[in-house]
Design a protein around this ligand. Structure first.
Ligand code: HEC
Ligand code: HEC
Ligand code: HEC
Ligand code: HEC
Length: 122
């Protein structure tokens, strides 16, 4: 019984590594373009180089899942009940992690507004 579980775990891990290696992401870099300024999110770097667990961000997916609903399917322009607005959800996750890393004196991503949001040059 236990052996079966371990095997399933190894298999799932193997499949995941295969998918990551072959590039399961439609886009390596995701760009957000709010009017406040463009945010460039290197998805591949965060997931693969920094090895952040998929579920840390995609918090509603089950272990092993590599696709599913995306943030804005649930986090809308305005908060709905317990569901934060998209802006607050991204800020809490993105900026939150960068702030924690900085506090721990580890390499961190940008925290300042205009370090993350870059205004298009006109
Ligand atoms: C640091 C946060 C973070 C991590 C870690 C992360 N993602 Fe994402 N991912 C996002 C964000 C933000 C988007 C943009 C789309 C959205 O609004 O949800 C996204 C989009 C996606 C998409 C849809 C767009 C595309 O490129 O195909 C898939 C599939 C995906 N992620 C899979 C994964 C998998 C699999 C892992 C783990 C190997 C992972 N993500 C790790 C934040 C993250
Ligand atoms: C299927 C719907 C759904 C999706 C998809 C989803 N969320 Fe959420 N999220 C929720 C709900 C509901 C809550 C509030 C209840 C809870 O904490 O689970 C929440 C809470 C949060 C919180 C607050 C957690 C806390 O500690 O208070 C953050 C931050 C967050 N989401 C970010 C994201 C990001 C970033 C993505 C995309 C990578 C995402 N969410 C995708 C439904 C979703
Ligand atoms: C769980 C932690 C974590 C989360 C969540 C996270 N980041 Fe990061 N991010 C990092 C770390 C660590 C670095 C520093 C990498 C380095 O310097 O090598 C970084 C670097 C960056 C950088 C600097 C440029 C680059 O690609 O290295 C940008 C921009 C960035 N993050 C944007 C985002 C955005 C936007 C989100 C949310 C969608 C996000 N990050 C979510 C940990 C995180
Ligand atoms: C780590 C990166 C990061 C940092 C730092 C950051 N933001 Fe954001 N911000 C985002 C992301 C990602 C979004 C979501 C964009 C989207 O929904 O398309 C966002 C959304 C917004 C929006 C909503 C725009 C819209 O049209 O809905 C505003 C306004 C904003 N940020 C202002 C700020 C301010 C002010 C600060 C500094 C106090 C700040 N941001 C710091 C990443 C960041």
């Amino acid at each position: 019984m236990k052996k079966g579980l371990i095997c399933t775990g190894i298999l799932a891990g193997f499949l995941l590594s295969l998918m990551v290696a072959s590039g399961i992401f439609a886009k390596d870099v995701v760009e957000f373009t709010p009017s406040y300024g463009k945010v460039t999110f290197n998805h591949k770097k965060h997931a693969e180089t920094l090895k952040i667990d998929c579920l840390k961000c995609h918090h509603t997916w089950k272990k092993g899942e590599t696709s599913g609903k995306l943030c804005k399917d649930c986090h809308k322009a305005k908060a709905e009940g317990k569901t934060l607005s998209a802006k607050d959800a991204y800020h809490k996750d993105c900026k939150g992690c960068h702030e924690e890393a900085k506090k721990a004196n580890k390499p961190a991503g940008p925290i300042g507004c205009t370090q993350c949001h870059v205004k298009e040059k006109k």
